[in-house]
Design a binder for this molecule. Structure first.
Ligand SMILES: NC(=O)c1ccc[n+]([C@@H]2O[C@H](COP(=O)([O-])OP(=O)(O)OC[C@H]3O[C@@H](n4cnc5c(N)ncnc54)[C@H](OP(=O)(O)O)[C@@H]3O)[C@@H](O)[C@H]2O)c1
Length: 230
């Protein structure tokens, strides 16, 4: 299995590199020139393509011959960075490749998610802060995911809850819709978000799904497991 990790130098990206190497996958990473040093721990074990993740020439070379592409979609800047990244991967990955994208719960595939007032408030605040500072563009990440949802590629969009650091607790559980009580705890270890992304490469049940995930050891996940055992 050869996989490309687009956005490999970030926190999520580095966890994904680690999980992929642990499975003996051949790993290719794309990261910005100034961030190459963040991948020093993997020197000699992965191939790095340097450049912005929305650079089509870089993506074209990086995803060539890859069976899977794991893409960190980030709403940085005001120049359609997330959309450009997603579109490049959708257009240039080899036909039939498994494509896994990361985002947050704020993305909705079918409009049936039930967001808490806190989540709605956080999204509104992020949109305004992004607009005023020009640092982030939530609507760009939404557009990037809309394009993925509309594509006929073999995609999965993994929607992360709030994140925390710490040792792995195991594969997160998921639901199709935010608002499902199983997700109530709204916390996932970042290392396990990465685990879910990498495991999704081989889980065809997740093709054309947008799972909203939560840690498997959180109270809401454990409560659901206990109900099922009764
Ligand atoms: N943070 C959360 O609480 C949270 C919650 C739910 C879902 N998520 C999702 O999880 C994924 C990873 O997010 P994360 O917050 O954990 O961050 P992360 O893993 O550290 O990744 C951040 C990414 O953004 C890149 N980046 C940083 N500044 C940039 C800039 N100015 N221009 C272009 N790229 C830039 C980083 O590249 P460099 O290494 O080159 O800087 C890295 O690839 C995202 O898809 C996010 O939507 C995050």
């Amino acid at each position: 299995m050869k996989v490309c990790i687009v956005g490999a130098s970030g926190k999520l990206g580095r966890y994904m590199v680690d999980h992929a190497l642990n499975r003996s996958y051949e790993v290719v990473g794309v990261c910005r020139e100034q961030s190459v040093g963040k991948l020093d721990a993997f020197k000699g074990r992965i191939t790095i393509f340097r450049g912005p993740t929305n650079n089509r020439e870089v993506i074209k070379k990086a995803v060539a011959d890859c069976d899977g592409v794991l893409t960190v979609l980030v709403p940085w800047g005001r120049s359609q960075y997330a959309t450009g990244t997603a579109q490049a991967v959708l257009d240039l990955a080899r036909p039939g490749a498994r494509l896994i994208f990361s985002c947050g719960w704020h993305i909705s595939r079918d409009g049936l998610d039930k967001f808490s007032s806190t989540l709605k408030w956080q999204e509104r605040a992020a949109r305004w802060i992004g607009f005023l500072t020009r640092l982030i563009d939530i609507d760009d990440q939404i557009e990037a995911c809309r394009r993925v949802f509309a594509s006929e590629t073999r995609w999965t969009v993994v929607r992360g809850s709030d994140l925390e650091e710490g040792e792995s607790q195991g594969l997160p559980v998921w639901s199709r819709h935010v608002g499902d009580p199983i997700l109530k705890s709204n916390i996932t270890r970042r290392i396990d978000f990465a685990l879910f992304m990498v495991e999704a490469l081989k889980n065809d049940d997740l093709i054309h799904e947008a799972p909203a995930i939560v840690g498997c050891q959180t109270p809401s996940a454990l409560a659901r497991a206990a109900t099922r055992q009764r």
